[in-house]
Design a protein around this ligand. Structure first.
Ligand SMILES: Nc1ncnc2c1ncn2[C@@H]1O[C@H](COP(=O)(O)OP(=O)(O)OP(=O)(O)O)[C@@H](O)[C@H]1O
Ligand SMILES: [Mg+2]
Length: 371
């Protein structure tokens, strides 16, 4: 079971949008998901069409009047249960302020639920108060959205420092990842941000980026996740890929064995699969894809790993009538397509697919983190 705290004290950077849509995509991918709305603004609850302001919730849980299980709204969308934010949530921080072990209250209340869920997502408020600290304290992974439109890395430095303190104090390892949201790679601002994040947090940048779309705001208004409201939108497909990537990563973490819908980069029988690494690109894996039954005179490969430029940074081999494509990529989940004699198509030898923004189908490739 994984507990993902979605945290950044900067307001409006995409925490709630990420919480809702990642939860929805994980639910669709047959994960048992609990989403906890830890923000008194209740945007995650409202974004799923739930107006629970007057009901009982986390305040009563932290006050020992209710168990956490008693506050859960089951199946608000496919595969996703919700602990909604209530009007009393704003009073939780003063309440916790007086309690011993105030930083680990949520952790203790989650304990009985651990076997019921594969993924628990916590939408944090835009502050580093006790609500956020409780979420960080029980997290196995921290996702920090960063709005590429109005960026400031100061908040991320503060959050990183707080996470460092919690790691030290409780002897924890809290992997943190920065997720760029509303990221339009065509703008200079976005490219500058990308560069700064790479420089200042070289290990933390998540390779999936969420593109801007007006559909994201509309979906909240209509109380639906993007996969229901606008499944063809750019951000919907980005969140789909984020979920797939997180599941694939989870395979390399100890506690869970999720079902990642991807073709493995390791499935081929070539000795090249021994995955050599260059020193300066130590994280990159060599990937060899073999295509047995594709008859054509030219086969090209394009995907996230080469910016969708056919055969860019890809070596082509032809062995006994079989095509092979060889390239390097960082661990993660990638979408790709083939260009077969000039015609785009999904990989017919790969059953793992995902709809793309153009109404077609992309194939999915998993490059594992460790070999
Ligand atoms: N990919 C996107 N494209 C366009 N708009 C987006 C996108 N992601 C988020 N938004 C919009 O940006 C605004 C802020 O997003 P969101 O509520 O998710 O941020 P937040 O970090 O949870 O804010 P807060 O700190 O107030 O809780 C919302 O209006 C949301 O609809
Ligand atoms: Mg929010």
């Amino acid at each position: 079971m994984h507990i993902i705290a979605i945290a950044n004290q900067k307001g409006g950077c995409g925490k709630t949008t990420t919480a809702i849509n990642l939860a929805a995509e994980l639910g669709r991918q047959r994960q048992r998901v609990l989403l906890i709305d830890m923000d008194p603004q209740a945007h995650a609850s409202l974004g799923l069409g739930i107006k629970a302001h007057c009901q009982q919730g986390l305040y009563e849980v932290f006050n020992h009047e209710l168990s956490l299980a008693q506050t859960i709204l089951p199946q608000v969308i496919e595969g996703v249960d919700l602990v909604a934010a209530t009007v009393t949530l704003a009073a939780v921080e003063p309440l916790l302020g007086d309690q011993p072990g105030r930083e680990r209250q949520l952790l203790e209340h989650l304990e009985p639920l651990k076997d019921h869920y594969d993924q628990i997502l916590i939408d944090c408020p835009p502050s580093l108060g006790l609500l956020s600290i409780n979420a960080l304290r029980c997290a196995t992974r921290i996702l920090t959205p960063l709005d590429a439109g109005f960026f400031s890395l100061e908040g991320v430095h503060q959050l990183r420092a707080l996470v460092g303190l919690l790691e030290e104090k409780y002897a924890l390892h809290l992997p943190m990842e920065i997720l760029l949201t509303q990221f339009d790679g065509h703008t200079r601002l976005a490219q500058t941000l990308l560069e700064q994040v790479r420089q200042q947090f070289p290990q933390l940048l998540h390779r999936v980026r969420i593109r801007p779309t007006v559909r994201a705001r509309e979906a909240v208004y209509f109380g639906k996740p993007l996969c229901q409201y606008a499944p063809q939108s750019t951000a919907a497909s980005d969140y789909r890929r984020l979920a797939a990537t997180m599941l694939a990563d989870a395979q390399h973490r100890p506690s869970v064995a999720p079902r990642a819908p991807t073709r493995s980069a390791l499935e081929n029988d070539s000795e090249d699969n021994s995955m050599s690494l260059s020193r300066e690109k130590a994280l990159r894996q060599m990937v060899v894809l073999t295509f047995n039954d594709i008859e054509c005179s030219r086969l090209q490969l394009a995907g996230d790993f080469n910016d969708w430029v056919p055969d860019q940074n890809v070596e082509t081999r032809k062995l006994n009538g079989r095509w092979q494509k060889v390239f390097t990529a960082e661990p993660g989940v990638y979408e790709y397509r083939l260009l077969v004699d000039g015609k785009w198509q999904a990989d017919p030898t790969n059953p793992y697919e995902i709809p793309n923004d153009l109404g077609g189908i992309n194939s999915l490739l998993q490059v594992p983190a460790q070999l």
